[in-house]
Design a protein around this ligand. Structure first.
Ligand SMILES: O=C(O)C1=C[C@@H](OP(=O)(O)O)[C@@H](O)[C@H](O)C1
Ligand SMILES: C=C(OP(=O)(O)O)C(=O)O
Length: 413
């Protein structure tokens, strides 16, 4: 995935951010769910605006070609959702991915699938991919206990297959539940495809039933939108129109509206998207990222640039994502004299930058969000990325969209 090309980011000083429209690409989270639901629906659906994200394109390719080995590359949802899908559709399948994917835990999902009767073996380290799935020939029970504090993707994966299981599923969520908004997204999408469910306390029940053919258009990606909020917050002036975002979104990362309201961005929903304008910085004192973990990098960099000593909590899941995002943030923020300091167990403080070097070389750790989150630094200094193509995981058009606001990648190799 990495190339040797070092590319620096250049902000054209004459660039005028006002009235620039960003044609955001679609959400990979919504896309990957509707693709699984579509594959589990007996009659065909009309689905439009699927994400260009590599994670989604990988899902499409694997579902269409159905090879004996599902190599998901670095896509977490693709790994977790296809594991449950392959088991529920009683297939023999090897699940694998990049070396990092094989370090991301999957034991909680495997245990849940084994509880309902699936036969799954670890081919390497217990609890981690690669896996050998040998189907689910008979459902043994519909009662499953599942931890909610590691990744919500295991819960979403179980929920999507639940209606297709002969006995349905009663899922009991144990412990703290992180990324809850993604579980809500899963259930809401299932409901849009005709599924009835009940969520009371820590129990989610889904009876055996059929997905109904539906017409569905995927919304633009709020996680991808966050980088544009951040850019405008860090810029001296301007306004941006982000296309395809809705005020009532299924995506929990739409929380960025509230966060950025504190960091100097006014959001106005209009026909076809949201208009971002500058306003005074009210100040971000603290934020809990438990239910919007993918926003943490964006907001950390924004605070570091804007001089906000914010307290961040709910970052527990960041260590098992595309990279250890806590460590990655700490190392890269230090390059412009900012910090993400653990002041108590799992409580972090952003200590903003006071002096900005003339150039900052950002290492991207094979993590798309490390590249995109640090892009707004271009408003303050020259930025060099070791692997700009890393953005392809979720947002292949990212650098093309940067050009719309006068930010260009210049090859230094
Ligand atoms: O279900 C989803 O689409 C996602 C859930 C979140 O993961 P966790 O549940 O592991 O926090 C999020 O970080 C990821 O980018 C997408
Ligand atoms: C964590 C992410 O994705 P996944 O877990 O699906 O690889 C992400 O996109 O930030």
């Amino acid at each position: 995935m990495s190339t040797d090309t070092k590319e620096h980011l250049q902000l054209n000083q004459k660039s005028d951010f006002s009235t620039v429209t960003i044609p955001l690409s679609a959400s990979k989270s919504e896309s990957n769910r509707v693709l699984i639901i579509d594959a589990l629906t007996e009659v065909s659906n009309k689905i439009s605006n699927l994400a260009e994200a590599r994670d989604t394109q990988t899902m499409i390719r694997l579902l269409q070609t159905n090879p004996p080995v599902f190599d998901v590359l670095d896509a977490g949802t693709t790994m977790r959702f296809l594991t449950a899908f392959a088991a529920a559709t009683n297939q023999n399948k090897v699940m694998t991915g990049t070396p990092r994917m094989c370090e991301r835990p999957i034991g909680i999902l495997v245990d849940a699938l084994r509880t309902v009767g699936a036969e799954i073996h670890y081919m390497g380290v217990e609890g981690y991919p690669p896996l050998a799935i040998h189907g689910l020939s008979e459902q043994t029970t519909n009662q499953v206990k599942i931890r909610g504090d590691v990744s919500s993707q295991y819960i979403s994966a179980m929920l999507m297959i639940a209606p297709t299981l002969p006995k349905g599923l009663e899922l009991e969520l144990e412990g703290k539940v992180g990324s809850r908004t993604y579980i809500e997204m899963t259930l809401e999408l299932m409901a849009q495809f005709g599924i009835k469910y009940e969520w009371k306390g820590n129990k989610i029940s889904v009876d055996s039933q059929q997905y109904q053919p539906t017409t569905f258009a995927v919304e633009s990606d709020w996680s991808g939108a966050s980088y544009w909020f951040s850019l405008l917050a860090c810029a001296d002036s301007g306004s941006l129109f982000l296309e395809g975002l809705k005020e009532n979104s299924l995506q929990g990362d739409s929380k960025i509206v509230e966060i950025m309201d504190l960091l100097g961005i006014k959001s106005t929903f209009k026909e076809g998207g949201v208009l971002l304008q500058k306003q005074e910085v009210k100040g971000l004192k603290e934020w809990d990222f438990t239910h919007c973990p993918d926003l943490a990098q964006t907001v950390a960099v924004t605070c570091a640039i804007l001089g906000q000593n914010a307290i961040f909590t709910g970052l527990e899941s960041l260590k098992i994502k595309e990279t250890d995002r806590i460590l990655a943030l700490q190392q890269e923020l230090a390059k412009f004299n900012a910090e993400l300091k653990e002041i108590e167990t799992e409580v972090y403080q952003v200590i903003p930058s006071v002096t900005m070097p003339q150039e900052v070389k950002i290492h991207t750790y094979e993590d798309h969000r490390m590249a995109m989150a640090f892009m707004p630094l271009v408003t303050k200094t020259q930025v060099v990325f070791d692997d700009p193509e890393v953005v392809n995981k979720s947002y292949p058009s990212f650098w093309k969209h940067c050009e719309l606001v006068g930010i260009t990648l210049v090859n230094q190799a």
